[in-house]
Ligand binder design. Structure first.
Ligand SMILES: C[S@@+](CC[C@H](N)C(=O)[O-])C[C@H]1O[C@@H](n2cnc3c(N)ncnc32)[C@H](O)[C@@H]1O
Length: 206
């Protein structure tokens, strides 16, 4: 991890600091993006190459992948949501805010995804250091997000900045974690006709 100045005090605080297990105890078999944004996430995955061994972080019953990868591991908080994911080969229930380590060996994956959930991480640099560890050289970390969230569970730093700054923040997480080439930040959908969509991706260096 890089030795940069710390984030401001309170940046990773949340209105609801309670145990995430309680908040996510009931399955939410819903979509958190409209159809256009879901299609744009799938198109980005196809563009970047997500056909190999894939980890969907902070996952639920749908991973938005355009086609089934060779192997899909899904990690999240709700066992019922993850069990309903039709592409999943492996399910891991763990709270990344309690323990940011990823229970996978080094260089296990070709792609690590995080869709509309990075705003809930209170230790994101540690999580992304783990993402770098479990990615193969040349593998890709892809983070997508729109303009909705569970506001009581999103970090205060996220709620205090706009969409464009969210992209820069997620790029900063990758830079501070280390092990990635320079991240790309792109607005993929403007939001004029539906949900906006932002994406940040970074290749594992080496
Ligand atoms: C808005 S939903 C997004 C789900 C899915 N990625 C999607 O695109 O529909 C947020 C997800 O983040 C997961 N999550 C929230 N806090 C988490 C934590 N502390 N550790 C692991 N996963 C978490 C929850 O299980 C939940 O399914």
């Amino acid at each position: 991890m890089r030795d940069d100045p710390p984030f401001p005090t309170g940046f990773f605080d949340r209105a609801d600091p309670g145990d995430d297990a309680g908040f996510y105890a009931a399955p939410r078999l819903v979509t958190h993006l409209d159809d256009g944004a879901i299609a744009a996430v799938g198109a980005l995955y196809a563009e970047l190459g997500t056909g190999g061994d894939v980890l969907d972080l902070m996952s639920s019953w749908v991973s938005h992948l355009p086609t089934r990868p060779r192997h899909l591991s899904v990690l999240g908080m709700n066992a019922g949501e993850l069990a309903a994911n039709p592409m999943a080969d492996e399910v891991v229930v763990t709270d990344l805010n309690a323990d940011p380590s990823l229970p996978f060996p080094d260089a296990r994956f070709d792609a690590v995804l995080n869709c509309v959930s990075v705003d809930y991480l209170v230790r994101p640099v540690e999580v992304y250091a783990e993402v770098a560890r479990v990615l193969r050289p040349g593998g890709v970390s892809v983070c997508t997000f729109s303009n909705r969230c569970f506001p009581t569970k999103a970090i205060r730093g996220w709620l205090a900045i706009d969409d464009a700054a969210h992209g820069q923040l997620v790029a900063t997480y990758h830079r501070r974690a280390g092990g990635f080439d320079e991240p790309v930040v792109e607005q993929r959908l403007s939001g004029v006709r539906g949900d906006p969509l932002w994406a940040v991706w970074a290749r594992r260096s080496g």
